[in-house]
Design a protein around this ligand. Structure first.
Ligand code: G1P
Ligand code: ZN
Length: 547
């Protein structure tokens, strides 16, 4: 790069740039402050020695500010000395597609612009996360260093070059750097085709007896779902709803759960419901699976994928192992035990699966928060889960409900629910956890109602691959019948605090599998409320969101 094209801009630190569970997330207005985005990107680039001449992948979920941020990052990438940046057309790339591209093209890393399922628009949220050369989220060691850099930054470097036309496929020179605008879908779709039995799924869809509805929630998976489900697999046009990414996601909350994916839930609850329903979140890494008037919990979905994996060509060789985040139900543990493969328990957040996947210890992994994935990438992958289910149905020719009920019959049912208290005063939320933490040593061995406490601790994880230790990963209270309550605070919010309470109860007896989930968990819900004292402390009689 001609030196005079690179401008050094003096700046001062912001004190709120610590990356959370999944990158740096803030209100759009925070990101729009002068130098805010630039500071963070420079702090990131300063942790990346050896990037000169290498390839970076860049794209986002299309939310408000995506296009502006991409132009800034391109100019800073040119100043940093990257050789090439692969950008999805119109600046669009889903999180799993970024992971796919990094791996396929052996890129140095990738930047994803997204605040996942958080609402978008000028008053919504924006976010930026970095993935390393394995295609997965940056490890804490790196994000901690980025944060330290943001505290000390005095300057950033940016190239004085014109904006790149993000809508035009092909190569564009930006100084010495090449910006390659690519089709955001093609490489990802190719990968999916290599993992699943597209012919069988096509047969299923073309016979016309099986119908499906996919809700892209006005977010990034629209173009992917149109191309894969409708164009390649032959589902009729109209199968994908809300399939055009909008900067404000149509004013919605692009989180695929029973509360926010209301349109899909209504369609699936109707008398004339399709056989299969699914939705993805803002950046395309989450999924929700529904049958006709039937909801599959993400924890069950992971277990069912594991149990049926051999039906998919990409997993025919069998699974090396599985992993789930600690608060996720232990349904997959049962499958692992029956398959005789290891099952790992990690803290919340996808980044903890990376080492296990890289070391070849696991093939499938997932979280209760509507995320599942495998060693095909280093991110969770919404459409992948949908295609996996379609592959299973195409082989077994059973409904979603039949597949799930059969699974429970064989492995028992894990009644499971998460209660979120959103928008809590941060101080009160921290106090609730601190109090619970103090009481942990006294809880063990005690009885609460009919339930004897056999476990009360704060989850700490030692990574079996690199030995790194992550502490304070959630408070666990376990009972003698295998039931469990977990408390933790969200690490992805942008304002106030969210307390999450995870409830799980194991029921081996098929005669008792028909209960309503909240009714089956009523005891545990009461105990959780008593232990945390939420009502007394906040006046709240119930959670904001139940999943
Ligand atoms: C939430 C989910 C977690 C997921 C993360 C990113 O994090 O609980 O499982 O990995 O979003 O999608 P939290 O807000 O709980 O920290
Ligand atoms: Zn997401």
């Amino acid at each position: 790069m001609v030196r005079k094209m690179i401008r050094t801009v003096a700046t001062t630190p912001f004190d709120d740039q610590r990356p959370g569970t999944s990158g740096l997330r803030k209100k759009v207005s925070v990101f729009q402050q002068p130098h805010y985005l630039e500071n963070f990107v420079q702090a990131l680039f300063d942790t990346l020695p050896g990037a000169r001449g290498k390839t970076l992948v860049l794209g986002g979920d299309g939310r408000y500010y995506n296009d502006r941020a991409i132009q800034v990052i391109l100019k800073m990438a040119a100043a940093k000395g990257f050789g090439k940046v692969l950008v999805g057309r119109d600046g669009l790339l889903s999180t799993p597609a970024v992971s796919c591209l990094i791996r396929k093209y052996r890129a140095f890393g990738g930047i994803i612009l997204s605040a996942s399922h958080n609402p978008g628009g000028p008053d919504g949220d924006f976010g930026i996360k970095y993935n390393t050369g394995n295609g997965g989220p940056a490890p804490e060691k790196l994000t901690d260093q980025v944060y330290r850099n943001t505290r000390e930054i005095t300057r950033y470097l940016i190239a004085d070059v014109p904006d790149v036309p993000l809508g035009r496929l092909g190569n564009h020179a930006l100084g010495d750097m090449v910006v390659s605008i690519i089709d955001p879908v093609a490489d990802y779709a190719g990968l999916m085709e290599s993992l699943f039995d597209f012919d069988r799924i096509r047969d299923l869809l073309e016979e016309g007896v099986f119908t499906l509805c996919y809700d892209a929630m006005h977010a990034i998976t629209g173009p992917y779902a149109h191309a894969i489900l409708e164009d390649r697999l032959g589902a009729p046009p109209g199968t994908v709803i809300n399939g055009t990414p909008l900067p404000d996601f149509g004013g919605g909350h692009p989180d695929p759960n029973l509360t926010y994916a209301r349109e899909l839930v209504e369609i699936m609850n109707a008398l004339s419901a399709p056989d299969f329903g699914a939705a993805s979140d803002g950046d395309g890494d989450r999924n929700m699976i529904l049958g006709k008037r039937f909801f599959v919990t993400p924890s069950d979905s992971l277990a069912i994928l594991a149990a049926n994996a051999a039906l998919a060509p990409g997993y025919r060789e069998g699974l090396k192992g599985v992993a789930r985040s600690m608060p996720t139900s232990r349904a997959v543990d049962q499958v692992a035990a029956s398959l005789g493969i290891p099952c790992y328990e990690t803290p919340t957040g996808w980044k903890f699966f990376g080492n296990l996947l890289d070391a070849g210890k696991i093939t499938l992994c997932g979280e209760e928060s509507f995320g599942s994935g495998s060693d095909h990438l280093r991110e969770k992958d919404g459409l992948w889960a949908v295609l996996f289910w379609l592959n299973i149905i195409a082989h077994r020719r059973l409904s979603v409900e039949q597949i799930t009920r059969e699974h429970w019959q064989r492995h028992g049912r894990h009644f499971y629910s998460r209660h979120d208290y959103e928008g809590m005063d941060t101080h009160i939320a921290m106090e609730i956890l601190a109090d619970l933490r103090d009481r942990l040593p006294r809880l063990k061995g005690r009885r609460i109602g009919d339930h004897g406490v056999v476990l009360s601790d704060e989850f700490s994880y030692t990574d079996p691959v690199d030995g790194s230790v992550s502490e304070h990963q959630g408070i666990r209270i376990g009972f003698e019948d295998g039931a469990r309550i977990v408390f933790r605070l969200s690490g992805t919010g942008t304002s106030a605090a969210t307390l999450r309470i995870y409830l799980e109860k194991y029921e081996p007896d098929p005669a008792r599998h028909d209960q309503d989930t909240q009714a089956a968990l009523a005891d545990l819900i009461r105990i959780a409320n008593e232990l945390s004292g939420i009502l007394a402390r906040t006046g709240r009689g119930g959670p904001t969101v139940i999943t």
